[in-house]
Design a protein around this ligand. Structure first.
Ligand code: AMP
Length: 589
């Protein structure tokens, strides 16, 4: 098929904002597309050459494409840069540059879909030494034969910005309407959710029709689109909907889908990117923990601070995208623990259509927990009081809340529904100011911090009762020098027993008379059953805690301990920020 025909449709799609019209246009295109080109047209419409999970990216740098444009058209760099500044869309720059090109090709053959696809495929697959030059040559050749309109879309594909506004679900609609009826849409969507590959769905539909889709199954090393959760505000509502349910801790990390065979392990993110190389410790952990010849399981990866044993914000591992050596260093410094929560494939058995309870049993059978791989903590109940206590435990463990799962629920790939319901901390507020906290205790350091402290116990000042009430453990933000100077610096304040003015539920290894004030920055304030600051003000028995605290490096030697941030101030900040957060959310809604 001529590429110009596809481009015709793209231009019309781009001109409309109505989803129905887009679908109609796509249906027209798919009907005209010969069987052999179908998957290619589907991939190209998404601006790619493969399904996302294959990890084969076109994504050329814009600078490089500009160089190619100059080369392919004979226009000088300044002209191309000028056009780029004027238009802000490299596709339009290509269109204009090709129509203004100096050397018109002597003879050019019209581009076909398969020629465009082959070229883009070759560009995407080039790697290693000299690959940049080869990519440049391939793209230059392709643009040499392109009309201005064709060049516009080729360039957009190459830089990964199609700008068509066609969502995957619009392609699903169009495939259903083309090869079956609109009523079959659900089956097409399910095939896509299981295979994550619209090209494959198109191929099967074209060759075998709608019933052919029954052959699309869960497959090892091809990720399935993640099941998603709805949210409800109260536990009562959750039990009303579900009756007796499995409540699991809701960990705050990165969702990982692991595909495991005795020879190979691959990890995918929630967006189906292949992230295997970023988490060597998970791969290693799974190798030791998983029994079975073929397993697909899901879990949440959370970085753990080896000094405090507490969870860290996920940003601590997002820096892992860098070089291999960085990944290795980070995986030692902030190793993640994977909390496994579902099992989708075991041996030849696709478990996605089995009830939750059965999948959970399979999960527990295939994974033998280790330090780095654990089962998510779960409790089955229909009792609100028990659920509340369990929720408190989850917060105490550093989790975001609970995930309720219907006991008879199947795993619905790619779908958001009420079979899983999240129930998060009702009370949390972003914290923008720094606060000044008093050191009241310390926990002994381990590993690299042996001989010093791993974390300090920090308190705010309750000026009504003249007490120092705890609000966080602080283990981040210290350089080595500061860290190893701590025991000496705090020596004079060290006590064997809890000083009378300290109110704490936690038992540190060392106590300190509250004398020294540090400046701390935190991510948010949350209600916590572990800490005693402002206890009972928001919820009975629970205080306010600083989440993800970090020492700013500033010792407030200018402040006495009674000048530290007070618990009343914390409470006020909490209320203020909660109000703002709520306003922010409703403004967005
Ligand atoms: P949210 O991103 O707030 O919609 O919450 C859903 C996410 O919670 C999932 O995609 C998982 O990454 C994460 N999660 C954490 N713990 C669990 C769990 N026990 N079961 C399912 N998902 C979980």
């Amino acid at each position: 098929m001529q590429f110009a025909r596809v481009v015709d449709v793209y231009e019309k799609i781009e001109a409309t904002t109505k989803r129905l019209e887009m679908t109609e246009l796509l249906v027209g295109l798919l009907r005209d597309t010969p069987r052999d080109d179908l998957d290619k047209v589907v991939y190209l419409t998404r601006g790619r050459v493969y399904p996302d999970y294959a990890g084969i990216e076109l994504g050329l740098a814009e600078k490089m494409v500009m160089r190619v444009l100059a080369h392919a058209t004979g226009l000088d760099d300044a002209r191309i840069t000028g056009l780029w500044k004027e238009k802000g869309d490299l596709g339009l720059v290509a269109q204009e540059a090709i129509s203004a090109r100096r050397q018109k090709p002597l003879e050019s053959t019209p581009l076909t879909v398969s020629k465009v696809y082959q070229h883009l495929d070759a560009i995407a697959r080039e790697s290693g030494e000299g690959s940049q030059e080869r990519k440049v040559r391939l793209l230059s050749e392709l643009l040499g034969n392109a009309t201005p309109r064709e060049a516009k879309y080729i360039v957009r594909m190459v830089i990964g910005q199609m700008r068509l506004g066609v969502a995957d679900m619009t392609i699903v609609d169009a495939l259903a309407a083309t090869f079956a009826t609109r009523a079959d849409r659900g089956r097409v969507e399910r095939a896509y959710n299981v295979s994550s590959d619209l090209g494959e769905v198109a191929r099967v539909l074209a060759s075998k029709g709608i019933d052919g889709l029954n052959e699309i199954h869960l497959k090892l090393f091809r990720p399935i689109r993640a099941m998603l959760a709805e949210r409800l505000e109260t536990l009562e509502e959750i039990f009303e909907r579900m009756g007796k349910a499995a409540l699991e801790y809701k960990y705050d990390g990165l969702r990982v889908q692991a595909h495991i065979s005795p020879k190979k392990i691959e990890l995918f993110s929630r967006h189906l990117e292949n992230i295997t190389s970023q988490f060597p410790e998970i791969v290693e952990g799974l190798r030791n923990a998983v029994r079975g010849r073929a397993v697909i399981m899901e879990g949440e990866a959370v970085p753990v601070d080896p000094n405090t044993g507490e969870f860290l914000p996920f940003q601590e591992v997002s820096r892992r995208r860098g070089r291999k050596t960085d990944v290795e260093r980070m995986s030692k410094e902030f190793p993640v623990t994977l909390f496994a929560f579902d099992c989708l494939l075991r041996g030849d058995e696709d478990l996605t259509s089995r009830p939750y309870t059965e999948r959970r049993r399979a999960l527990e059978a295939v994974i033998k927990p280790t330090d780095g791989i654990r089962h998510s903590t779960v409790r089955v109940t229909d009792d609100v009081k028990q659920a509340e206590a369990f929720f408190d435990e989850a917060l105490q463990a550093g989790c975001e809340g609970l995930m309720a799962k219907a006991l008879d629920s199947t795993y619905d790939a790619g779908a958001r529904g009420y079979k899983w319901i999240k129930f998060k901390r009702e009370y949390s507020a972003a914290l923008s100011d720094t606060i000044d906290l008093v050191i009241v205790g310390a926990f002994a350091g381990r590993g690299k911090r042996a001989g010093s402290y791993g974390a300090l116990l920090m308190a705010a000042y309750d000026d009504q009762d003249d007490l120092f009430r705890t609000t966080c453990k602080l283990g981040t933000g210290f350089d080595d020098e500061t860290l190893f100077a701590l025991p000496e610096k705090l020596k004079a304040a060290k006590r064997d027993r809890k000083p009378a003015r300290v109110d704490s539920k936690l038992e540190p290894d060392v106590w300190f008379e509250p004398t020294t004030v540090l400046e701390v920055r935190g991510a948010e304030l949350t209600v916590s059953p572990v800490h005693t600051a402002a206890r009972g003000a928001i919820r009975p028995g629970a205080g306010l805690a600083i989440r993800f605290p970090r020492f700013t490096g500033r010792w407030r030697d200018d402040k006495g301990s009674e000048d530290a941030t007070t618990t009343r101030e914390l409470l006020e900040m909490y209320r203020q920020q909660l109000k703002q957060t709520k306003k922010g959310t409703s403004a967005l809604a």
